[in-house]
Design a protein around this ligand. Structure first.
Ligand code: GDP
Ligand code: GDP
Length: 436
């Protein structure tokens, strides 16, 4: 189970308007296809503390100016396949149309949670007209105005009840689950094949906690690990036009189901914007990461090439620079062992628990020496104590008198100190400030 919300409906009912409203302030994931930056179709949203991803399937309908029933049908099927909750949007000013009836029919026969949203209810004048949509047989009708925001908060209040509060699908087992992500052709399958060798290395096949993931447990080169496999599990019928969409969705799901992700990049091209997007998803999901620069055999090397290369990558990933970078040639079987070793180290870093006394013994003197800047005249921020939360990933609470006054750059200073004193290489960490 993940927190995926899809918006479906006829063209022009207001799907993208709602999408933009939900994802507005969030970091966008821009997908680039053959150099053309397309509209974004996925974005993160948060409501009442629930993080979820919004999918605008409408963006995949080709020629959405004309109403092509077949296209809408595909869009709805996509939403049913790829999301957990579906918002079915209709236009209050048009009333029930035959196409709305077709879509309702498809949605009713799926077992997904559906919310019927009557849009363009900009004022109370339209409110009673929303009642027409009860005829679609999808239960409650939620009246909203995607344009001015009316009703959207009430809608989200009920929608987020369908989501899990903390999306972390990894359980507390001691064997790392990992996945290899990256752009096409960087060498992901080659690495996986090199790791897997023949079938005798398989320990077990374990169905994952998401319907899309299967973990296969291996014991290779002296390491136990579980590889998250999302591709090839569900055979798609006619998806050629949505191939990139599916591959992106799969990598999101694979990331969610993993403890540590290998972000593989091609040594010849370096870290590009797509790679940065994937890293953003990994960070956002608080997963461990190892950057693997593959096809190192194709690079002309001097003495310091790898250092310069790593430096160039860190410039791009800043402020998150505490990431292991490994230079491999999967072709020549170079540093495959090192890669596995590093995955395990990052896994250890991510699962470590630091006692409250140790944290305070080390951090409080540092804070005393370099306290937070004064909030304002006569107002001093005092950090009293620190404790690690029991989350799946490292997160720390700093109890203080004026939590809202702690500035980002001081938080970053604290994060750097934590990284310096303890080993969190390859692991995003979170800091919270709470009043005490
Ligand atoms: P989509 O094709 O379903 O993604 O629809 P769009 O989001 O592109 O919206 C279609 C048109 O409806 C645009 O001109 C929007 O400005 C307009 N629209 C969207 N939401 C509302 C709304 O709540 N009220 C009004 N009056 N217009 C809206
Ligand atoms: P994927 O699309 O990321 O899974 O990439 P593949 O594993 O299919 O590899 C794409 C191509 O790159 C194939 O032709 C591989 O043989 C080649 N390749 C993979 N790793 C290396 C490497 O380390 N060096 C070189 N020169 N080629 C590689």
């Amino acid at each position: 189970m993940g927190n995926y919300l899809a918006i479906v409906g006829r063209p022009n009912v207001g799907k993208s308007t709602l999408f933009n409203r939900l994802t507005k302030t969030r970091e966008a994931i821009v997908e680039e296809t053959s150099g053309v930056t397309r509209d974004r179709h996925y974005g993160y949203s948060n409501w009442n503390g629930f993080d979820f991803m919004v999918i605008d399937t409408g963006g995949y309908v080709v020629g959405s100016e004309d109403v092509f029933e077949e296209e809408i049908r595909k869009q709805v099927q996509l939403a049913i396949d790829e999301s957990d909750v579906i918002l079915f949007m209709v236009d209050v000013r048009d009333g029930v149309t035959p196409l709305d009836e077709d879509v309702s029919h498809m949605l009713r026969s799926s077992n997904k949670k559906i919310f019927l949203v009557s849009n363009k209810v900009d004022n109370m004048g339209y409110y009673s007209q929303s009642n027409d949509f009860y005829a679609l047989g999808l239960g409650e009708v939620y009246s909203v105005s995607a344009m001015n925001g009316a009703g959207t908060g009430e809608l989200l209040d009920v929608v987020v009840k369908e989501f899990s509060p903390e999306v972390d699908l990894s359980n507390d087992e001691s064997i790392p689950k990992f996945t290899v992500v990256g752009r096409p052709n960087v060498g992901k399958s080659s690495l996986v094949n090199a790791l897997l060798g023949d079938d005798r290395n398989i320990v077990t096949n374990v169905a994952g906690t998401t319907r899309d993931s299967v973990y296969t447990e291996y014991n290779r080169f002296g390491f136990k690990f579980k590889l998250v496999d999302t591709a090839g599990i569900r055979k798609k019928k006619n998806v050629s036009e949505n191939i990139e969409f599916y591959s992106v969705m799969r990598s999101f799901r694979a990331i969610e189901s993993s403890d540590v992700c290998i972000l593989m990049i091609d040594a010849q091209t370096g870290m590009e914007s797509q790679d940065m997007n994937i890293l953003g998803v990994i960070e956002r999901n608080n997963k461990g990461v190892v950057i693997v620069v593959n096809k190192w055999d194709l690079v002309d090397k001097g003495n310091n090439t790898h250092l310069e290369y790593a430096e160039a990558i860190r410039k791009k990933t800043a402020p998150f620079t505490d990431i292991p970078i490994i230079f491999t040639s999967v072709l020549n079987k170079q540093r495959i062992h090192k890669t596995l070793e590093t995955i395990h180290e990052v896994f250890e870093n991510r699962t470590q628990k630091i006692s409250t006394s140790k944290l305070n013994d080390i951090l409080l003197p540092i804070i005393q020496a370099t306290p937070p800047p004064q909030a304002s005249r006569e107002r001093y921020i005092r950090i009293k104590y620190i404790t690690q939360l029991k989350t799946h990933y490292p997160s720390f609470v700093f109890f203080c008198n004026l939590p809202n006054e702690v500035k980002d750059n001081y938080a970053r200073f604290l994060e750097n100190k934590l990284r310096k004193e303890f080993n969190f290489t390859g692991v995003p960490i979170k800091l919270f400030f709470r009043e005490k």
